[in-house]
Design a protein around this ligand. Structure first.
Ligand code: GDP
Length: 467
């Protein structure tokens, strides 16, 4: 290891110790003298502690990132990520381009699930994963798409150059049997039995390599499927370039997605723009070299969000297109103009350095998944104001306790190493809520005491495609 690496490693250990010295000393002081402080003094003291603790944390993060750069493996990480991506893209192309479409085994899915663009993209991704898992070419039916009557190919490249026909000598509905040439797959909500190839499964033959290079292999895997599926037609490529130019989209930039209209109060809570901006501010504050301009790309289905943000945050350069947001509102959503808008917004969000959004929205989850295709490992380039990342309709897959936890307060959950925990959500305050399958209890536990294991499943190995 380099001298820099060894020095940083020791420094990090010391600095964690220093942070603990500081926080425990301040809290003890506070406990002892709490009655002597006036209300104003108390408030000021606490504000100081928050500020100082933040500085500690910021320095730790910056140094951890430096440690990664100086460990000698950065080049390997970049190359390994590229090699893996090329490998799965080759496999996808092979699967989707059979030499004889008349004989090829096929899986059929209809794009038109009765939901929004992100939801439909995730629907097709699930179909693609089942196709990959059953070694069948995915044939998508998309004519009369609610976003564009001409279907998928009005904006994205066809899924195949050789095989788009749904015909075959024998048909069956899922699961059918392997001898049937054509199998139709329903939407994930109605599929029975549940295919084991759907998320959170990842192929076991790739898992060891993936776990090494990526902090969230499932997101990487889904991102690779999106990379194949969402290849833009040339006119869409031009539209994207024009949109970037018109908006002045340049790095460094943070992407915000604010989901409003029909989502608020039904599937998600209202979050004020200030809540998003706190995260944006923290991101910029944590950068080692501060940019001249704090640029933010803001996408929403409510144009008012963009005007409000610009008014309140004049020290930021907030770019975004209120006209696109206007076409995104629930009343105007299913049209080709709105389709262009959502493609631009998702694409630009995915190209940002960091994403602030609500993972309850599929728009944001698609952007986060696509973002993974632009970095070796971008698992941590987000702040979600609500859910942790998940894949809609995914097979159950519990977290595992890696540390014991003894409840200290009412409502806390006991953990023993190895316990399987269904996690309902991270409260982003150090605690998550979950259900311990061993004790059948529900409660709060420190988020750092569990891990999300990878769900490696045996997929076909595509061994004719060279590694
Ligand atoms: P979810 O409902 O947020 O989980 O995501 P869906 O993608 O399933 O449905 C929401 C739909 O609203 C999107 O597909 C878009 O049509 C529209 N929409 C929501 N947010 C935005 C946005 O930021 N920009 C644009 N252009 N459209 C949006």
């Amino acid at each position: 290891p380099s001298l820099e690496y060894e020095e940083l490693r020791r420094r990090l250990r010391n600095d964690i110790q220093e942070m603990w010295y500081y926080i425990s000393a301040e809290l003890n002081k506070f406990k002892k003298h709490i009655d002597e402080f006036t209300y104003d003094q108390r408030e000021k003291e606490i504000q100081d502690v928050i500020k100082n603790a933040w500085e500690h944390k910021k320095s730790l993060i910056i140094n951890i990132d430096k440690l990664k750069k100086s460990d000698g493996y950065d080049e390997w990480r970049e190359k390994e990520a590229k090699d893996l991506s090329n490998l799965v893209q080759r496999r996808f192309r092979y699967l989707q381009n059979p030499t004889d479409c008349n004989k090829a085994k096929k899986l059929i899915c209809s794009l038109n699930k009765g939901c929004g663009f992100g939801c439909q993209i995730h629907h097709i991704t699930y179909c693609f994963l089942v196709a990959y898992g059953t070694e069948r070419t995915l044939i998508m039916k998309s004519k009369g798409w609610r976003y564009h009557k001409d279907g998928w190919e009005s904006v994205f490249k066809p899924l195949s150059d050789t095989c788009l026909s749904t015909t075959g000598t024998s048909h069956s509905n899922w699961p059918g049997d392997p001898s049937k040439q054509v199998i139709s797959l329903p939407i994930v909500d109605n599929v029975y039995p549940k295919p084991r190839f759907q998320p959170p499964s990842i192929p076991a033959d790739l898992a060891p390599r993936l776990e090494k290079i990526h902090g969230h292999p499932l997101v990487w895997w889904v991102g690779q499927v999106l990379k194949y599926l969402m290849r833009p037609q040339d006119h869409v490529k031009r539209t994207l370039e024009k949109a970037k130019e018109k908006l002045g989209f340049k790095k460094p930039i943070v992407g915000i997605h604010v989901r409003r209209t029909d989502k608020v109060g039904t599937e998600a809570a209202y979050h004020d723009i200030d809540e998003y901006m706190v995260k944006v501010e923290q991101y910029f504050d944590e950068l080692e070299t501060k940019p001249d301009v704090r640029r933010v790309f803001l996408a929403s289905d409510d144009p008012k969000v963009i005007t409000t943000a610009r008014k309140r945050y004049s020290n930021y350069e907030i770019i975004g297109d209120p006209e696109i947001a206007e076409t995104a509102s629930v009343a105007k959503r299913y049209s080709d103009t709105s389709l262009q808008g959502i493609i631009i917004d998702i694409h630009l969000l995915s190209e940002c350095d960091y994403l602030v959004c609500t993972f309850s929205s599929q728009v944001c989850r698609v952007a986060y998944e696509l973002m993974q295709t632009f970095y070796a490992d971008a698992y941590d380039r987000f702040a979600s104001l609500d859910d942790i990342y998940y894949y809609g309709g995914q097979n159950p897959h519990p977290h595992v306790a890696i540390l014991d936890h003894k409840p200290r307060k009412n409502g806390e959950l006991e953990l023993k190493i190895g316990d399987l925990i269904d996690v309902f959500g991270n409260h982003w305050d150090g605690f998550s809520k979950g259900y311990n399958t061993r004790t059948s209890m529900t409660g709060l536990f420190p988020s750092f005491k569990v891990k999300n294991p990878v769900d490696a499943v045996d997929f076909p190995k595509y061994s004719n495609i060279p590694l």
